[in-house]
Design a protein. Structure first.
Length: 457
């Protein structure tokens, strides 16, 4: 193999500026500032091209569940590439890793979910969801049941269907989204939107918006409700304890499908294999991606309940839907090895019994910082709300400026956390040790001090 000649940071930045259009990026601002080039990683740590070591409290983009540097995953990919780098799953074909991965996922999924449709990403998985949900009701003789109810500030991807199912207003504003047949209800975000209600009352209110919307549209028009167990990109929004039980009551009363988007919560993030198990939900479809391969290769999919799969299979004939990379053998081999690591090393148990209680206990202490108005989290997800006055849940002026400032200070001090407005969020690799959690919390505290000082200037 011929290695390309090494480039230094300035050379890479110049090339990047000239040629590389990044996702979710203001290119003018980035061009002025220069990209940060991440060169290598190990465990929970990243190194940039200037040799800085950074604690990755986001597991990449919520995906590197088993941590960086697992040679078994590289070896699984290498072996599979030599054996069979690609073949499709169309035309009555399959490949061994894809078959085995579907079976292995069925083993860990809720008992009523036994089949997997493979895609290349979380967004593609949600495109599949929309097609599958509508196909299901067509086959059930109710083709008018087409509307999917999502939530404002939910995130389900960036393709046309993904962005439509999601409820991100800035995304909808670019390109006439959502597409027809997708509507949104309020989110269960008590800190931001709960007003004077208690979290419990607000949770019930937010859930009842689903019922109100179903009744407004007519249940004969509604195909499905889609939601993340805990909203990730929206700001690690942990719903009040009353929310999911009330949603379940409503779903039991009306005949619509439940789509639980497990792209972030799946594969151990909450201390259960899936967020649906954490909240005791019975989904009809579960889109997955990210932790499915720990991000080592791109892969997504939809785990399908027997109710939906049996209808598609028994009554459906050909479903005109699929992707070139559905069931990609190399991604599947990595997914299989990733599942083996999660299972054999009891990583999900470790999250539930050890890492998550410890992380939640340690970050809860950050409420003593003057900038922090709320700390919340489940499993290895966490969020801090930055406030100007913690007695009143009062935000800083500037619409996210405090969060942006805090995020930049974090990076300069060796920590990746993400800012969603003024909410600082984290989602570290599941293998983070107690000592590393201590390091993380110390770093956060220091960065909050620096942010408080910078905000005073
Ligand atoms: N669903 C959820 C809940 C997500 O968090 C994401 C990505 N952050 C997606 C879907 C889309 O996944 P992808 O970026 O792989 O298309």
């Amino acid at each position: 193999m011929i290695q390309p000649p090494p480039l230094n940071t300035a050379e890479l930045q110049a090339m990047d500026r000239a040629h590389y259009l990044h996702p979710f990026t203001d290119h003018k601002a980035l061009g002025a500032q220069g990209t940060r080039i991440i060169e290598r990683a190990e465990g929970i740590w990243l190194w940039d091209s200037d040799g800085n070591r950074i604690l990755d409290a986001m597991a990449g983009l919520w995906c590197v569940n088993v941590g960086y540097g697992r040679t078994e995953l590289a070896e699984a990919a290498y072996r599979q590439m030599l054996e069979l780098p690609y073949y499709n799953s169309f035309f009555q074909c399959a490949n061994p890793p894809a078959v085995r991965l579907a079976s292995a996922i069925a083993d860990i999924a809720p008992a009523h979910m036994n089949r997997v449709f493979f895609a290349g990403s979380g967004s593609e998985a949600n495109d599949t969801v929309l097609r599958m949900v509508r196909r299901y009701w067509d086959l059930k003789g109710q083709p008018q049941k087409k509307t999917v109810i999502g939530r404002i500030n939910g995130y389900h991807g960036s393709t046309v269907a993904g962005a439509s199912l999601g409820g991100m207003k800035p995304m909808h504003a670019q390109g006439d989204l959502p597409i027809p047949g997708i509507v949104h209800i309020p989110q269960p975000y008590w800190f931001g939107e709960g007003g004077e209600q208690s979290p419990e009352d607000f949770g019930i209110w937010a859930a009842q918006q689903l019922e109100a919307k179903i009744l407004e549209l007519g249940v004969d028009q509604v195909a499905a409700f889609i939601a993340e167990p805990i909203q990730g990109a929206g700001g690690v929004i942990v719903p009040p304890a009353t929310y999911w039980p009330e949603v379940k009551r409503i779903l039991d009363a009306y005949e619509i499908l439940l789509v639980v988007d497990e792209v972030i919560c799946g594969f151990g993030r909450t201390g259960e294999w899936f967020g649906s198990q954490y909240y005791d939900l019975t989904p009809d479809l579960m889109p997955i991606a990210k932790g499915m391969t720990s991000g080592y290769l791109p892969m997504g999919g939809v785990i399908v309940s027997d109710r939906v799969a049996d209808t598609l299979i028994e009554e459906g004939g050909e479903f005109f839907h699929g992707y070139t990379y559905s069931g990609h053998p190399v991604a599947a081999a990595v997914g299989l090895e990733n599942l083996r690591i999660l299972r054999d090393e009891r990583i999900v148990d470790y999250v539930r019994k050890d890492a998550a209680p410890y992380l939640q206990e340690r970050i809860a202490g950050l409420i003593d910082h003057p900038l922090v108005g709320e700390v919340r989290g489940v499993g290895l997800l966490g969020a801090l709300e930055l406030v100007s006055d913690k007695t009143r849940r009062a935000r800083f002026a500037g619409d996210g400026r405090a969060g942006g400032l805090c995020r930049d200070i974090c990076v300069r001090n060796g920590l990746v956390m993400r800012a969603v407005g003024d909410t600082m969020i984290m989602s570290p690799p599941l293998i983070i040790s107690r000592a590393e959690i201590d390091q993380l919390v110390e770093l956060i505290w220091r960065c909050l001090d620096l942010t408080a000082a910078a905000l005073k200037e």
